[in-house]
Design a binder for this molecule. Structure first.
Ligand SMILES: [Zn+2]
Length: 232
């Protein structure tokens, strides 16, 4: 079910206060028009009726695309992200989520609007988000070799209107460049790592750069081995 709520927004340009609808929950089979409005960011854009100024409004939401058995939860606070993470990863606490696991849903938690849009772009383009994160990790390493002074780097996947897969590199909030995703490198990664991985739906609900660091650390493989040993 989609859930809307009205909030008052103060225009940063003219100070007028106007109601604006935010979406706590979006269900794309119930409200198919919202699918595009998220992707073109208009759901996050407030246009002041007095001065016409457009302002981005950031808010968390549960994005549900039942036709593809996909949920992306955008947690606006770390506490909320932790709470949902524990619900999803502890079988006894799944509650309402249990039936989604039975239906083999893909569920992810993200911490920013950009990450929400990125996940949707990755899944729209039918990529494995874990391989995309590993790919980004390699790209960041290469970028840092050329830019040793770079501090915080974030790389985000997106598709051009023509459907070309791209990666955009940010230092802090500043966009530094865009590189196309090389599909043959992507499929090399998939071949190399895919075999070691669980199905996407059964993996961690949080797939980001921290996930990659854990995945690439020797500890992960020790853990995998010990589980296998117990099973045998
Ligand atoms: Zn205004």
């Amino acid at each position: 079910m989609s859930i809307e709520r009205e909030v008052n927004i103060t225009c940063p340009h003219c100070d007028a206060v106007t109601p604006f609808n935010i979406w706590l929950s979006v269900n794309t089979s119930q409200d198919p028009e919202l699918k595009e409005k998220i992707r073109d960011r208009s759901l996050f854009e407030f246009e002041c009726p007095y001065c016409g100024e457009k302002t981005a409004v950031d808010y968390g939401m549960l994005y549900h695309q039942p036709e593809d058995k996909l949920i992306v939860h955008y947690a606006i606070t770390q506490d909320n992200a932790d709470e949902v993470y524990h619900m999803l990863t502890d079988e006894d606490k799944r509650g309402a989520f249990s039936s989604l696991f039975e239906q083999n849903y893909m569920i992810r938690i993200v911490r920013s609007r950009n990450q929400l849009l990125e996940k949707l772009a990755v899944f729209d383009a039918k990529y494995d988000d874990r391989m995309i994160e590993i790919y980004k990790n390699h790209l960041e390493t290469a970028y840092r070799e050329e830019h040793p002074e770079a501090e915080q780097i974030e790389i985000l996947f997106f598709s051009t209107p023509e459907g070309e897969p791209m990666l955009q590199i940010f230092e802090g909030n500043e966009a530094k460049g865009v590189v196309p995703l090389n599909n043959s490198s992507y499929y090399d990664l998939l071949q190399r790592h895919g075999i070691e991985m669980k199905p996407m739906q059964e993996d961690s609900p949080i797939v980001n750069q921290d996930w990659v660091k854990e995945f690439l650390s020797p500890k992960y493989f020790e853990k995998q081995k010990s589980t296998e040993y117990e099973i045998n």
